[in-house]
Write a protein that binds this ligand. Structure first.
Ligand code: NAP
Ligand code: MN
Length: 267
């Protein structure tokens, strides 16, 4: 019988590589083979690092539906649940089938040029700013209703699990992960007699699509960042954002408790 395969996506920190060695030995002892990076033949994706390693692992797998779990050797580690001390216990739980799997819906963005459109995905958030960092003006529509023209540094569209990242720093709300929402959070919105827009974030349910039309001027080069990675596109006339039907799966052993994680990581 061929060995079962587990994918490992890690960063290259010294400590991470040490943990990776330990993990590989443990997997071998238990009859598993491993793949450095992503293989569609893997039965589980393990990331080693912090949130960045987790988010990059998901992106490099092209948002695979093979479950993800993270070992936290990083600085914050909101996504990776396993601490290096619990590595042996985790492998034991995994082999015993003592875990559960939770799906999370991705953020879907569709970038439209005058002729075509292309879809991009994100786990945490998509940030929209001007490349030259000057004031950006953009019209915001929700389900084809014009809501406002936002003027400022840009905006964040975040998922519930992404709400504790950039969204939180920009004054947005924390959203419980079982809700399927998108949050629009403006970055330094201008509120004056010249420009008027909402200076709070808006939480949108999944049945509504959000459309953003940046002001159509020649000097406007809009940067889109999905989970901290530049989205490359040819031309942007407008962008749609929606809660995707596409999901990724997170494997969790024991008792993941959102409120404890928030208290643990931030307070
Ligand atoms: P990074 O610059 O290392 O990320 C900034 C911090 O956000 C890190 O401490 C990271 O944790 C943490 N983080 C990531 N996702 C989180 C989540 N869902 N909840 C709570 N904290 C989270 O870059 P990165 O590690 O590649 O992460 C990309 C994310 O950085 C983006 O999606 C964006 O949300 C965030 N970001 C935040 C700001 C800001 O707060 N001003 C600015 C730009 C980007 P680790 O230390 O474990 O990696
Ligand atoms: Mn990071």
């Amino acid at each position: 019988m061929k060995d079962k395969v587990i994918n490992i996506a890690s960063n290259n920190d010294e400590y991470t590589l040490e943990i990776k060695e330990r993990l590989i030995n443990l997997l071998r002892k238990n009859g598993y083979d491993y793949c450095d990076g992503f293989s569609k033949h893997g039965e589980l994706n393990i990331t080693i690092g912090g949130d960045g390693a987790f988010l990059r692992g998901v992106r490099e797998s092209n948002f695979s539906t093979i479950p993800f779990v993270g070992i936290n050797t990083g600085t914050l580690g909101f996504y990776p649940e396993i601490t290096p001390e619990k590595l042996e216990a985790f492998i034991f739980d995994y082999i015993s089938g003592n875990y559960n799997i939770n799906s999370m819906n991705l953020i879907e963005s569709e970038v439209f040029s005058s002729e075509k459109s292309k879809k991009f995905y994100a786990v945490n958030d998509i940030i929209l700013k001007r490349k030259d960092m000057k004031t950006i003006h953009m019209d915001v529509y929700i389900a084809s209703n014009h809501l406002e023209k936002i003027s400022g540094d840009g905006l964040i569209i975040s998922s519930p699990l992404g709400s504790s990242a950039y969204n939180k720093s920009a004054g947005g709300s924390l959203v419980y992960p079982s809700l399927k929402t998108l949050q629009i959070t403006p970055l330094s919105p201008i509120i004056s007699n010249a420009y008027r827009c909402l200076d709070c974030s808006i939480i949108v349910p999944p049945e509504f699509e959000i459309s953003i039309y940046p002001e159509g001027r020649e000097d406007y080069h809009v940067a889109l960042l999905a989970d901290g990675t530049d989205i490359e596109y040819e031309e942007l006339e407008h962008v749609h954002f929606r809660t995707s039907k596409k999901v990724i799966k997170r494997l969790s052993t024991g008792s993941f408790n959102y409120w404890n994680v928030i208290k643990d990581k931030f307070l």
